[in-house]
Design a binder for this molecule. Structure first.
Ligand SMILES: [Zn+2]
Length: 302
């Protein structure tokens, strides 16, 4: 740097200082931390978590990671604790223990929107690790990103972020959660995220408006960017293609609670060992996370 440049720089700094000294520094709008989102997705679906099957060491590691991350992003422990153990019977009548991980961001009111995803998956089969990156590390990781976002942007509703266990064994974590009838009275909506990262056509479903048509205009009003937001998969006559009870939102629906389920159609990696971090179209994942955030913001406004 020569002296002329140095002088110029000093004058410039002085000028900038004079212009901004009267005002607060301008903060940009809060945005989703998508690089941390991708990192959380990678960690949660890494081989170290051994497929996160309920009751296994890998599942416990995933749980510890979630607790740590909830703390880091400033989510409050739900009812004083991040971890909520429960027991259930599996299909062969064995009693099993599982643990939900739940954080919350307090809003201006007591009414609650519960945002859910399941962190358990299928574990290890025939020495193959089923990492379940789309199913459902994708939904779980985004809970952390939303908790981080709403810690910076206070919501109107109190937002409860529930990472459920034992979904793969019959929505057990969600069923345990909805047993709290006092809390359930305050719940106005469940937004469930299960498989939101894997689609080669950029399509994401918002399912449940058949049951709750009043929620459809809200979803039609949001920015969707390069994601194609579709409706459907929620009519009883669709049989297997009716997703109403296919994931944790089914437990809320069974209790008469409103829900919207976000997810993609089944794909070649669904419940296969290839549902791996390397197969995820990350741009779609980030866009899909943004669209769902837009939906949460729109519901929170109401
Ligand atoms: Zn799932």
């Amino acid at each position: 740097m020569n002296y002329k440049h140095l002088l110029y720089s000093i004058v410039l700094l002085f000028f900038v200082g004079a212009c901004t000294s009267e005002q607060k520094p301008v903060e940009g709008p809060t945005t989703l931390d998508t690089s941390q989102l991708v990192e959380d997705l990678r960690v949660l679906s890494s081989d170290e978590m051994e497929g996160r099957r309920t009751g296994t060491e890998g599942n416990r590691k995933a749980r510890e990671y979630l607790v740590e991350r909830f703390k880091q992003v400033g989510a409050e422990p739900f009812k004083g604790e991040y971890t909520h153990p429960f027991t259930f019977e599996n299909r062969s009548g064995e009693k099993l223990e599982a643990v939900n991980v739940i954080g919350q961001i307090n809003g201006q009111t007591d009414s609650v929107i519960v945002i859910t995803a399941h962190y358990d998956h299928l574990g290890v089969r025939d020495s193959l690790i089923f990492n379940g990156t789309d199913d459902d590390a994708s939904g779980t990781a985004v809970l952390l990103a939303y908790a981080d976002y709403f810690n910076k942007e206070e919501p109107n509703h109190t937002l409860v972020f529930a990472a459920f266990d034992a979904e793969e064994m019959g929505l057990k974590g969600a069923r345990a959660f909805v047993e709290d009838s006092v809390l359930l009275e305050r719940v106005v909506l469940n937004i469930n995220l299960d498989m939101i990262s894997q689609n080669d056509k950029g399509e994401l479903y918002a399912s449940g408006t058949y049951h709750h048509p009043e929620l459809k205009p809200v979803l039609e009003s949001i920015e969707t960017g390069d994601v194609q937001l579709l409706f459907g998969h929620d009519r009883p006559e669709q049989g297997y293609d009716d997703w109403t009870s296919a994931s944790d939102h089914g437990a809320f629906h069974a209790k008469g609670k409103k829900f919207i389920y976000f997810g993609v159609e089944d794909h070649e990696h669904y419940h296969k060992a290839t549902d791996d971090f390397d197969t995820i179209p990350l741009d779609f994942y980030k866009s899909s996370a943004q669209v769902i955030l837009n939906a949460i913001l729109a519901f929170d406004e109401r």
